[in-house]
Design a protein around this ligand. Structure first.
Ligand SMILES: [Fe+2]
Length: 185
């Protein structure tokens, strides 16, 4: 069930060519842009790696060729949980928790930041409803009380911005070296 760093890199390189949902970038381009934004913002190595891997669950899930893109948009794929069992042996909660919480962070930001919902792409607005919708005040407080919730909220901002077609980024190797520094492997 566990992946090593080489397998993660291979997965990103091979299956990362898939389109990132309904956005105009590939999964790999999205991951690299997200990690780049985290690094430029001065995040810790753990948060940078969380940004790189936050959607790895999309690549681990089998591709649904039996469903139209519209049908796929009609269900919540729970991708934020899929990668975690594969990564638990490699990374600390400082990497895994922001990944796990990055979808909930969208629900939180919609409640906490009145302008945030407007900034979401149509696909992201649609998935928000499937993911449970905007948090109530009480749910927002409960979310924030969790360890690494603040990192998840910042990751979410990078995630939302990491959809620029043609954006230049460092190569995957650069971020895999940062991942390597965290595992000691
Ligand atoms: Fe994402």
């Amino acid at each position: 069930m566990a992946l090593n760093l080489e397998e993660i890199a291979r997965l990103l390189e091979a299956k990362g060519q898939r389109q990132y949902g309904r956005e105009a970038v590939s999964q790999l381009a999205h991951a690299l842009q997200c990690a780049q934004l985290a690094e430029e913002a001065g995040e810790t190595p753990e948060t940078i790696v969380a940004a790189l891997l936050h959607d790895l669950g999309h690549l681990l899930a089998p591709e649904r060729t039996d469903e139209t893109p519209d049908a796929q948009q009609q269900r919540d794929d729970l991708h934020q949980y899929i990668a975690l069992p594969f990564l638990r042996g490699l990374f600390a909660p400082a990497v895994l928790e922001p990944m796990r919480l990055h979808v909930d962070a969208k629900r939180y930001l919609c409640a906490a930041d009145s302008g945030y919902w407007d900034t979401l792409s149509p696909a992201s607005k649609r998935s928000l409803e499937l993911q449970g919708g905007i948090y109530t005040d009480e749910e927002a407080q409960r979310f924030l009380a969790q360890p690494f919730a603040a990192e998840a909220v910042r990751l979410r901002r990078y995630d939302d911005a990491a959809k620029v077609p043609g954006q230049r980024t460092p190569a995957l190797d650069h971020f895999m070296e940062i991942a390597h520094s965290l595992t000691g492997a």
